[in-house]
Design a protein around this ligand. Structure first.
Ligand SMILES: NC(=O)c1ccc[n+]([C@@H]2O[C@H](COP(=O)([O-])OP(=O)(O)OC[C@H]3O[C@@H](n4cnc5c(N)ncnc54)[C@H](O)[C@@H]3O)[C@@H](O)[C@H]2O)c1
Length: 351
């Protein structure tokens, strides 16, 4: 039985807490949440109250003393301390994205993660829709990729369900929409198209939070004139949920989706169009949250189950997915985009 600690009991910590609760109550993983910790003691106590026998620890060390694995869900600048403390104990770590506010700290954090079994919360890597799209492109049956475009829009996440203040603070968040949100998109583009030769970016902060870009247009350049663009905005339409749309133009097909979990992936070729849609995993039948919450929770339960199953099967040799090197590669592209924007839209090679 793996005893889990949750460090950081805010928005995403609560999502993980819910997902873990459903997996545990359904007998789907051999684990329990044994301790919680947050610098705000009331939040840790509230979360512990939802897990039978869990304690709200008053320090990070007390939390780590009580558990076998830790979920690091603090705000971005708060990831390093618990990751280094857990890694020093040889403890498996699930760490939220982005790893850190800047590339140098992300490198240091990734080095600590690599000492232990770990997984990073780039959850789109577990989404069947992108798995299908990446596999279709990699198969070569649609010819070479000619161009791709990802469009991501979300309301400025210092309000609504993301009612946090740290996302306005560059020293805590590291930047705006590119590092905080679109690191997911950049990871997906890298998964589908590989590493670009260079990155060109333009960013702006229309809402006026210094260092927090709320509009970004990025060009990732590949050999043979191939390019992928990312348009990422944080708008002010609170009724408009977070949405993504990815289009990949191949020589013999257009592949696109505007969903970020089950799909469908639309594939249009000279032979016609098809829509490939994935099913929820069978095991969500054991969830007790009702239909409306089952799908959003499954997006987080699936990666958690993957990591816990790996830990149960392989112990210290377990490999989570995605891992720190993959997350670091996405950070390098984010960093290149920031350097390009700062240099007036000059093409920059990833570090
Ligand atoms: N993978 C995803 O889909 C996803 C979604 C949302 C957020 N995130 C990431 O998760 C992280 C947290 O985001 P959030 O929306 O939950 O923020 P939040 O503000 O809702 O919660 C963060 C919590 O961490 C606590 N905290 C901060 N530093 C701490 C420390 N050193 N020790 C203990 N507790 C500490 C705060 O008190 C707060 O309760 C961010 O890095 C964010 O980018 C990932």
């Amino acid at each position: 039985m793996i005893r889990i600690g949750i460090v950081g009991c805010g928005f995403i910590g609560t999502v993980h807490s819910f997902a873990l609760h459903q997996l545990i109550a359904g007998g789907l993983v051999d684990a329990r949440v044994a301790a919680t910790y947050d610098r705000d003691a009331a939040k840790a106590a509230f979360m512990a109250g939802h897990h039978e026998g869990a304690v709200a620890a008053s320090t990070l060390d007390a939390c780590l003393d009580a558990v076998d694995a830790v979920w690091v869900c603090t705000w971005t600048a708060g990831h390093l301390e618990p990751v280094e403390a857990a890694a020093a104990r040889g403890m498996p770590i699930f760490c939220e994205k982005p790893l850190a506010p800047d590339l140098a700290t992300a490198e240091r954090l990734a080095a600590a993660l690599c000492l232990v079994p770990h997984q990073v919360g780039l959850v789109l890597r577990h989404a069947p829709v992108f798995r299908t799209l990446a596999a279709e492109v990699a198969s070569g049956r649609h010819g070479r990729v000619m161009a791709a475009q990802m469009r991501d829009d979300q309301y400025l996440p210092n309000q609504g369900i993301y009612g946090s203040t740290w996302r306005d603070d560059v020293s805590v968040a590291g930047g705006g929409t590119l590092i905080e949100h679109s690191i997911h998109d950049i990871d997906v583009l890298r998964w589908v198209l590989g590493d670009p030769i260079d990155v060109t970016a333009r960013t702006g902060s229309l809402a006026g939070h210094p260092g927090i870009e709320d509009t970004a247009t990025v060009l990732f350049s590949y050999p043979d004139g191939v390019g992928a663009t990312l348009t990422s905005v944080w708008h002010q339409i609170l009724s408009r949920p977070s949405t993504r749309r990815l289009e990949v133009f191949c020589e013999d097909a257009l592949l696109w989706t505007d969903d970020d979990y089950l799909g469908p992936v639309h594939i249009e070729t000279g032979d016609g169009a098809e829509a490939v849609e994935a099913e929820l995993p069978d095991w969500v039948d054991r969830f007790t949250v009702g239909e409306a919450l089952t799908k959003p929770l499954a997006q987080y339960a699936e990666p958690a189950k993957h990591f816990l199953d790996a830990l149960s099967a392989s112990g210290p040799a377990a490999r989570g997915f995605p891992d720190a090197p993959a997350a670091l590669a996405a950070h390098r592209l984010v960093d290149a985009a920031y350097r390009s924007a700062a240099a007036g839209c000059r093409p920059v090679s990833p570090a």
